[in-house]
Design a protein around this ligand. Structure first.
Ligand code: ADP
Length: 264
């Protein structure tokens, strides 16, 4: 661990497998890393934890369907009548030898892929067409991307030619013991009261893909537990943190309420 980073600044992350060792190995070799898994299962927290623990600067970009290569690389901006080049987060990360985390990378526009290819093979180069610069990434630079293989339609899957440039770690929801510890720690609710929430999550996740697009995330369990820790009734907390976020369908909502009644 890097000496300049104090423990208090490292966000809590409870490892599930060998992901920490893999991240360190990828970083040491300058290899790009892809984190695959459902939303709210700890991918972002993992990257924040590893970057802080290794004393590395982290640029996080939440990708969306309007995000273009220029948003990552940079653009000329008008300042007081003159145009001035302003680096985007990816360019800054390359220049500084930092970690760049592209969250939900498949959401971004297609031109982003073109930028990532030369950065993720042995050229490790970022081409800035607008300025004519060609930056070679220093050894410290690391590219991390995440994507959720579950909910994207087929058109939005990562192409094999892109996927095969990354080392990959598959994330799933933590096992019940780990998830109980995580939710208790994050929410302040006792493990005894978190345990039924985690059991409920297991049942709900078994339904995902059928009536539900996605199972309940660890993030939503933390929300529910936080509301309960603040004094809210189980019923109200689960309505706001589990049922409403998961579905807009009255029938499915009722099925979830019935499921909750079997656990509580
Ligand atoms: P993702 O990036 O996969 O959508 P996040 O990293 O934002 O999800 O995780 C959502 C929340 O779940 C975090 O804020 C944290 O409270 C919790 N969490 C999930 N897994 C873990 C874990 N292994 N250790 C610590 N917290 C976790």
């Amino acid at each position: 661990m890097n000496a300049i980073v104090r423990d208090a600044t490292v966000p809590f992350y409870k490892p599930v497998g060998n992901e920490c060792a893999l991240f360190e190995a990828a970083s040491a070799k300058g290899l790009p890393l892809l984190l695959k898994g459902p939303t709210g299962c700890g991918k972002t927290r993992f990257v924040e934890h590893m970057a802080a623990r290794m004393g590395r600067k982290l640029y996080t970009v939440a990708c969306h369907d309007d995000l273009s290569a220029a948003d990552l690389i940079g653009r000329y901006l008008l300042k007081g009548g003159a145009t001035e080049w302003v680096d985007g987060p990816l360019t800054r990360a390359v220049r500084e030898g930092a970690i760049c985390y592209l969250d939900e990378v498949v959401e971004a526009r297609k031109d982003v892929t073109v930028v990532l290819h030369p950065l993720t093979d042995n050229r490790r180069t970022l081409m800035i067409d607008r300025t004519g610069e060609e930056l070679v990434a220093p050894p410290g630079f690391m590219l991390v991307a995440s994507y959720n293989p579950g909910y994207q339609n087929i058109l939005k899957r990562l192409k094999p030619s892109t996927r095969q440039r990354f080392l990959s770690i598959g994330f799933t929801f933590p096992d019940p013991v780990t998830e109980t510890a995580v939710v208790a720690r994050e929410s302040g609710l006792s493990e005894a009261r978190v345990a039924p929430l985690v059991r409920l999550a297991g049942h709900v996740r078994a339904l995902s893909g059928m009536d539900l697009e996605e199972g309940v995330s660890t993030r939503l369990l933390v929300y529910a537990a936080s509301l309960m820790a603040g004094g809210m009734s189980v019923e109200q907390a689960l309505e706001a943190a589990v049922i409403e976020p998961l579905t807009d369908e009255p029938d499915v909502a009722q099925a979830l309420r019935d499921l909750i009644a079997t656990v509580y």
